[in-house]
Design a protein around this ligand. Structure first.
Ligand SMILES: [Zn+2]
Length: 103
């Protein structure tokens, strides 16, 4: 039962003597591009993954991370007075904290 199901999804390219799963090669031989007759459709998740533009997605993700990092650094450096007041610390203009008064 399992062997029969496995045989159905794999294809064998006679020219290259290469066995492959057409679901993961867009129904074609990865070496010569030969398309077997019984080309199985790609799984749903792979069809969606192939349609997505992963490079642009990664670029946007990187930009998001950089903005987040900038916000964290700005908050830590006291450049955002609203956040400084929220944390219960006196806001220091210019990011320079005054020293402790000893007198
Ligand atoms: Zn081939």
């Amino acid at each position: 039962m399992i062997a029969a199901r496995h045989r159905r999804v794999t294809a064998y390219c006679e020219a290259d003597q290469w066995r492959f799963d057409p679901r993961y090669t867009q129904g074609r031989c990865p070496i010569c591009g030969w398309k077997p007759d019984s080309a199985a459709n790609a799984p749903r998740w792979l069809a969606i993954a192939n349609r997505l533009d992963w490079e642009m997605l990664g670029l946007f993700l990187l930009a998001d991370v950089l903005v987040l990092l900038g916000l964290i650094v700005a908050t830590a450096a006291g450049l955002m007075p609203a956040h400084g007041a929220g944390l219960g610390m006196p806001s220091a203009p210019g990011g320079v904290a005054s020293g402790v008064r000893t007198h």
